[in-house]
Design a protein around this ligand. Structure first.
Ligand SMILES: Nc1ncnc2c1ncn2[C@@H]1O[C@H](COP(=O)(O)OP(=O)(O)OP(=O)(O)O)[C@@H](O)[C@H]1O
Ligand SMILES: C[C@@](O)(CCO)CC(=O)[O-]
Ligand SMILES: [Mg+2]
Length: 404
């Protein structure tokens, strides 16, 4: 139960192979990124529920009594959540005054929050006024799993605030929940992703919850324990896109040209399997040949992703620029702009990397070399949060808060 306040965080992710195909039951390989979303939840002094999302300039507040009117007639068994309650989603849309199909960042984030708040607190008798502030190091809507990190944080924080999960801080700087608890967090986060994405596979919230590197196939999550350290250059083309729209576009292509599109998804599946095999072999001694294969798999998959309609000229340009320096890239996440990844061999010298970064930055892109395999969702003791993040979490601009 929420005593005074809690801070949780969850990582973003990079999909190495399998984006989009994973929505249709194929294998994906994904790794957690060392960029996180942080959430602070505190008891509110008045009986209000407030949501501060500074990254997307959203500051809202509701009277607790008005939220109670939305409580479903039944109490969801919190451990057994399965499908989203479409009746409740519709009721929340009416409550917020938004139309079905609205794609605004703020609408989707608020709908996901209210859905999780009302559903989770309906299962507990104690409705409490809370203030939730979320801030992220991840770019919003750029393919790095910002939506999943957001809903994983919401799920962990709300389930802890209403007493379903323990708050295992125990004087530690950082602590984690046990396996059963992580499974509940993941299930509720998946509900949140469904509200934001429409038809997510569940891979992004799985990485946000469990962290590390994992294989994901039709809901089965298996940690990849022996992944070698890969050097990855991440590039944000800064071209905005929506995962929901891109996922729906692939579905349309499957329906329109099944005989053409399904074999492409099967080939992406085979790429993920091949990559998994190579990563396994690399654990006992990476060779140049392994890197040759990884590079070729990036190239083939990037072509496939273009075929299924999720490429973008900005991503083509990224591939061309890096290839001119002997480096291989592919989009990551939903594509359509957003981020791409470039594989750096252990021997890639810093002069080459700096040249590539300069050329990409000249196109208006943002680049950084990254570490992958970060920990999943965790609970922080207040003093363990970086100072600049803690300042943001403590000073929401309530001046422009909208009271509803
Ligand atoms: N920091 C944040 N604060 C509030 N809402 C956020 C935040 N980050 C992401 N979101 C929510 O997630 C949505 C973006 O999700 P989307 O799935 O389109 O992109 P992504 O998760 O960054 O990329 P991908 O799904 O390809 O990995 C936003 O519209 C918003 O609703
Ligand atoms: C495009 C997609 O495959 C990955 C988005 O990060 C969607 C999903 O799996 O939910
Ligand atoms: Mg997303």
């Amino acid at each position: 139960m929420l005593d005074k306040e809690l801070i949780v965080s969850a990582p973003g992710k990079v999909i190495l192979h399998g984006e989009h195909a994973v929505v249709h039951g194929k294998l994906a390989l994904a790794v957690a990124l060392n960029m996180r979303t942080y959430l602070r939840v505190g008891l509110s002094a008045d009986s209000r529920v407030s949501l501060n999302l500074p990254n997307i300039n959203t500051f809202l507040s509701w009277d607790l009594s008005s939220l109670k009117t939305l409580m479903p007639a039944y109490a969801t068994e919190l451990q057994k959540v399965d499908k989203p309650d479409h009746g409740l989603i519709q009721q929340l849309r009416e409550f917020m005054g938004v139309l079905e199909g609205s794609m605004e960042n703020s609408t989707l984030a608020t709908l996901a929050f209210l859905y999780l708040y009302v559903s989770i607190f309906a299962g507990s008798r104690d409705w409490i006024g809370i203030t939730v502030t979320v801030w992220s190091e991840l770019p919003t809507g750029a393919g790095l799993g910002s939506s999943a990190a957001y809903v994983v944080c919401l799920s962990a924080a709300l389930l802890s605030a209403c007493g379903v999960l323990s708050c295992p801080v125990n004087g530690c700087q950082i602590s984690r929940w046990n396996r059963e608890e992580l499974e509940i967090i993941n299930k509720w986060a998946f509900q949140g992703e469904k509200i934001i994405h429409g038809n997510p596979s569940g891979v992004d919230n799985a990485v946000g919850t469990w962290g590390g590197a994992l294989r994901y196939l039709s809901g089965d999550i298996t940690p990849l324990n022996s992944v070698p350290i890969l050097r990855i250059l991440l590039t944000n083309t800064q071209v905005p896109r929506s995962t929901k729209v891109l996922v729906a576009g692939v579905k349309d292509k499957i329906l329109k040209f099944p005989a053409i599109t399904i074999p492409v998804l099967d080939s992406i599946n085979a790429i993920s399997h091949e990559c998994e095999k190579i990563l396994g072999e690399m654990a006992t001694g990476p060779t140049d040949k392994h890197y040759d294969v990884l590079e070729e798999l990036f190239d083939i998959n990037q072509h496939h992703l273009n075929v299924i309609g999720v490429g973008h000229p900005s991503l083509d340009k990224l591939c061309q620029i890096t290839l001119a320096h002997g480096l291989h890239s592919k989009l990551t996440g939903a594509g359509g702009g957003g981020c791409g990844i470039t594989l750096l061999r252990p021997g890639t010298d810093s002069i080459t990397v700096d040249k590539v970064i300069k050329e990409l930055e000249d196109c208006g892109y943002d680049c950084w070399e990254t570490n992958i395999g970060a920990p999943g969702v965790q609970l922080h003791c207040t003093s363990s949060v970086k100072e600049e993040i803690s300042e943001i979490l403590w000073t929401p601009s309530s001046g422009n808060q909208q009271n509803l």
